[in-house]
Design a protein around this ligand. Structure first.
Ligand code: FMN
Length: 262
């Protein structure tokens, strides 16, 4: 009941803002272009994947767009970090017209508790230690597509998960809630929500950069994380000044492999 009320209130804020024609919908009394919800402590680590869904076409406050708002946020993450990306593409596209889409989701998808199918799936999720998961907020929550994805991927449990997304004023806190509901052993780090209407502004790219930095994610660290780790290494290596370095503790990268000596 409490949850229902929260969702209803979230969408009411959004709807009231729509009715008022405001450019920046009010969220909890603040004009919220961006919002970060604190969660488990820690920083991102290991090989990283971004899983997202984003709908192009007509949307709240942005009109018709060729690339969805969350997809733009993913573009920033890709620019700023060495991550791989998996896009959840629904098998049946959502209506292109905004009003038709919100009615379909509210009248059919949510009340019927549907699990919409998506096109190709990812087969190597277990290779990643940290997974960013993001999308839009639909009626105060992540689209039902995420439930389909979570139910197909129990291997997300135990991973470090970082929620993110775009919204029309409700914030993206419900991503963390849904992730925790499905994956009790996941470490859920600080999420970032940005209002879809401002996602194309330079300040939003900066906000994404600051958030990633706080999570310990940048181009260099993620590039090293992506190098394959080999645990057995009997070869001898030399540092640039000619010193034999085999046997020393530390990380070496040779021939595209990473060797960690404890
Ligand atoms: C079906 C639907 C429902 C929506 N419900 C909400 C909502 O409850 N709260 C909100 O803040 N924004 C809502 N929005 C606006 C989107 O969250 C926002 O435009 C988002 O940036 C879209 O991201 P995308 O382009 O990546 O799909 C809704 C949009 C659609 C299409």
């Amino acid at each position: 009941m409490k949850k229902l009320l929260t969702i209803t209130l979230a969408f009411c804020t959004f709807v009231v803002a729509m009715a008022c024609g405001s450019n920046e919908p009010e969220v909890d009394g603040t004009t919220g272009a961006t919002e970060q919800t604190g969660s488990d402590e820690g920083t991102a680590k290991g090989k990283m994947l971004v899983v997202y869904f984003s709908r192009a076409d007509e949307n709240w406050q942005v009109g018709y767009v060729e690339r969805g708002n969350t997809a733009i946020m993913v573009d920033y993450i890709k620019e700023l970090a060495d991550v791989e990306v998996f896009e959840i593409v629904p098998e049946v596209a959502y209506p292109a017209a905004y009003n038709e889409c919100i009615s379909y989701v509210n009248d059919i998808e949510i009340p019927q508790n549907l699990r919409p199918a998506y096109k190709s799936d990812i087969s190597n999720l277990s290779d990643y230690e940290t997974v960013f998961i993001g999308g839009p907020i639909w009626w105060g929550r992540p689209p039902m597509l995420f439930r389909t994805f979570f139910e197909k991927h129990p291997e997300l449990d135990g991973k470090t998960i970082i929620p993110f997304g775009t919204h029309g004023g409700s914030g993206v806190g419900s991503y963390a809630t849904l992730i925790k509901e499905y994956f009790h052993n996941a470490t859920v780090l600080e999420s970032l929500g940005i209002a879809g209407v401002s996602i194309r502004d330079a300040s939003s790219r900066q906000t994404v950069e600051n958030w990633l930095k706080k999570l310990g994610v940048d181009k260099q660290s993620t590039a090293i994380n992506n190098v394959r780790t080999r645990s057995v290494d009997n070869s001898v290596s030399y540092s640039l000044n000619g010193m034999r370095s085999n046997g020393q503790r530390g990380i070496q990268i040779r021939n595209g492999n990473k060797y960690i000596k404890q």
